[in-house]
Design a protein around this ligand. Sequence first.
Ligand code: GLN
Length: 534
Amino acid sequence: MAEVKYIFVTGGVTSSLGKGILSASLAKLLQSRGYSVTIQKLDPYINVDPGTLNPYEHGECFVTIDGAETDLDLGHYERFLNSPTTQANNVTTGRIYQTVIEKERRGDYLGKTVQVIPHITDEIKRRIKLVASGNRFDIVITEIGGTVGDIESLPYIESVRQLKWEMGPQNCIVIHLTLVPYLSATGESKTKPTQHSVKDLLEEGIQPDVLVLRTQKSLTKDVKRKVALFCNVDEGAVVETVDVSTIYEVPVNMLSEKLDQTVLRKLSLPEKEEPALTEWREFLSRIKHPKYSVKIGLVGKYVELPDAYKSISESFIHAGSVNECKVHVEYIHSEEISESNYAEKLKGLDGILVAPGFGSRGIDGKILAARFARENNVPYFGICLGMQCAVIEFARNVLGLEGAHSTEIDHKTKHPVIDLMEEQKSIVDKGGTMRLGVYKCIIGKNSRVYDAYHKTEILERHRHRYEFNDRYLDDFRKNGMMPVGINPESNLVEIMEIADHKWFVGVQFHPEYSSTVVRPHPLFVGFVKACLHK
Ligand code: GLN
């Protein structure tokens, strides 16, 4: 097996330029050429993982099959590459320090002063190499979070500098993504911020090998040549990435910019076959030229920041493509839905999705949304807390269990239809202690979900502490809300469905984490289809 090659992606000038999408797009092209590629994200914050972060901070928390709570960029990696990531694919400064401090307490460094260099940088390098262990990958792309020049990312950049020196230029390259702003007043694209950002990188000891310039307007040859000259990069290694209407266009654009060929040349790797991207292009064409359209209300409490529901909105794009349909997602704030306005607020939607979430804020609006969908035969998809809200609503308004609730919200409720899982009762620490990752679920054949999956055994990812309370199961069954998905080991109710309804499905798991471009999630596909036929 040949040596693993490493590509680092850094960012300059400003954040939010799309390092994650760039990394995923490059990986997609290399994968299409026949290389096995994985992508890792190094995050500069001190939280051990993003599981304890409010989604307003960095957007959604993504969950891997092995139960790691990670940055949302891992979602993009999986959606583009159609292959799963694991805990090793996301490392934070907090996790690095935690490991080093644990080692120090064990006495592993006995006698030594523990320092950023070499101890922290060694641990960073170990984590970078760890993702490639087991010879599973030809190429590892590591995205460094933050912007070059930030205090927080210094140890990461230093580690990359050392790795570049240790491995040699043909085994390790740096791609730097920057912004070239366009000044409409003078009609010019300005390269100065890029020059300064490369200077910052040089000051930290790194000469970038490839520059990717994010721009609003296509750049002239002269502008690219100027950047190449002043930043000491060969002309062919300056690539532009022009703003696009969908992130799924980026791989195709990077292919025409020959980013993959440039990278392979720098890494002394053969080009192998030209990426055809057939399935990808078909998908793109379907999402760009939809025949139909639906309007789906996404009810949640973080709607001010759509990144909080990234995997859900991407899953809708994938599911839309299968149904040749544009899914317009209307973000509806659950705190703005009340007893007096819910019918007005929710009318005209082809379907309603109640989002995952934690805590009491906005819960009444979510319960009302479930009620509206049930009473008006509007397709309903409840994910995790969205499933729990549907259960609470059904208990109160169909079973007549007044005040029924989840003990997460009302721990004194007379009817705890959603209750803390037994194994959660002794847990005090908040970080990484939920029921996380993939669990099996057995599906009953006579159900909407079976019609979607066409199989009886599924594996889905989880992130929750509360569950359906089995004590009430008979009552629900008799009244038409059916447990059509059950975990075979623990008997935990995974899926609830209303039999006598167009499409009313609540799932305790998170289907949105496993929808990809070439494998859209069956439940999203089924839900969108039900909304279309309304
Ligand atoms: N707060 C709920 C629980 O912990 C739902 C979690 C979620 O929606 N991810 O069970």
